[in-house]
Design a binder for this molecule. Sequence first.
Ligand code: AP5
Ligand code: MG
Length: 233
Amino acid sequence: MVLLGPPGVGKGTQAALIEAAIDACHLSTGDLFRAAAASHVPPSPAMQAALAGIARGELASDGMVIALLRERVHCLTCPHGFLLDGFPRTAPQATVLEALLDEASVALDGAVYLQAPDAVIIERLSGRRVCRTCRRSHHLDHHPPCRSGCCDACGGQLYQRDDDVPAAIAVRLAHYARTTPALLAFYQQRGLLRTVDATGTPHDVFARAETTIGWRLGVQPPVTPARHPAQDA
Ligand code: AP5
Ligand code: MG
């Protein structure tokens, strides 16, 4: 599956929940860029320029992000499937992904489009704090860490992403509005677009996504334990 949706709508949060449910490989191109920024290996001049743009809320070039995906093309044939989070983001990226999947004889089950109003998105982005170690997202109001500044999962240091400040958020939303209609049309034309209301708690959203995915993608819905006749007596 690919996960589509505006910055901060909850793609990473839902990917983590879906990954836990079906053990699919989760690949976030945003995480790849942040890993490059945090790496001890100095980035190439091209990557350095891309990282500076990303901090301002700009998109990386199609060429650069496609090269990153190609380096991890084996993820597309993971035995339990893959979740692409934040890729594709433009119609040219979607075309390349389609070709890579064709080459690997893998069918895309769906493009899950998480949708929420701008006010919800801005609020989610502004309160997000991410773990430097395990990259898990927290939220100051919706998912506050038990210990201030520390990740609940691994105890790592929480930080605010450079692109989660108001000026960069505005740039990201503008790019999103410009590039997304063509991307949605791409998957709509192929009958793959699955729209999910992303308002409510992460588990509300997951339940809606699971219903959409379970009905349409053939994933087995969670098994309700069979009741023993004695339980009904
Ligand atoms: P990327 O990291 O992918 O950023 P994004 O698409 O802007 O999405 P985010 O990661 O900000 O948000 P999310 O939807 O994952 O939300 P999350 O689950 O964290 O990419 C970063 C940058 O890299 C891009 O801007 C671009 O420059 C570059 N890039 C990456 N891929 C590219 C590509 N293909 N082409 C070109 N450039 C590319 O949730 C957000 C917050 O909300 C968290 O605090 C979370 O705890 C909270 N939250 C989540 N769900 C809920 C809920 N249901 N209720 C309450 N709170 C919630
Ligand atoms: Mg994310």
